[in-house]
Design a binder for this molecule. Structure first.
Ligand SMILES: [Mg+2]
Length: 194
């Protein structure tokens, strides 16, 4: 039985946020993030994501952001760099890095992209991923600051405020949602309109 919980994760407005992007002028941003090509992620939002993954070890992330056209190595490094900054800021050396990506296939760490999805809502990419990799045991949630999802996906969706990314309040909602997931209900594709 596949016991993994899939977390479809957006980047901008979820693990990145306007506070981080706007508070640091470019020069300072370069100093704080000399090792990064991409805008810095929020150590706080990534910290809550990391805690969620530590509390639910069966979580596997799937990147559903426009960032998914980057390499997996780049995507992982953005999270690890934010985690390092959280450790540096908190002074706590032993916060285990617990974030894992879905890895059953080369590209299963991200939702599909390309011509078929250029003008589509994000829910279509998530549906396509679930049709390809999911089965009747699959449990999933969606974390995004936008809400362009299908009606049957909305019960499993937590919307973040793009100015904050994942907050403590979101963490509690995510924890409750993950605890209440019932796979048989989630993959009832016959509920969908034709
Ligand atoms: Mg976003």
């Amino acid at each position: 039985m596949n016991e993994k919980i899939i977390v479809f994760l957006d980047w901008d407005g979820v693990v990145n946020n306007h506070d981080i992007s706007c508070a640091l002028p470019n020069k300072l941003s370069d100093k704080f993030n000399a090792q990064e090509d991409n805008p810095p992620l929020s150590p706080i939002a990534v910290g809550f994501l990391n805690k969620l993954c530590a509390d639910h070890q069966e979580i596997r992330l799937v990147c559903s952001s426009t960032w998914r056209t980057h390499s997996k190595a780049e995507i992982v490094s953005t999270l690890k760099n934010a985690h390092k900054r959280l450790i540096a800021a908190s002074g706590l050396e032993h916060i285990p890095y617990s974030i894992k990506f879905h890895a059953v296939a080369k590209n299963s760490w991200r939702t599909p992209y390309g011509r078929d999805f250029n003008d589509a809502i994000r829910g279509k990419e998530i549906d396509a991923w679930l049709h390809h990799y999911g089965d009747e045991h699959t449990r999933y949630i969606i974390i995004d600051d936008d809400n362009d999802f299908f009606p049957w996906q909305l019960p499993y969706f937590i919307q973040t405020d793009p100015f904050n990314g994942i907050t403590l309040d979101d963490y509690f909602k995510l924890d409750d949602l993950i605890t209440s997931l019932e796979p048989a209900k989630q993959m009832r594709l016959d509920f969908k309109p034709v």
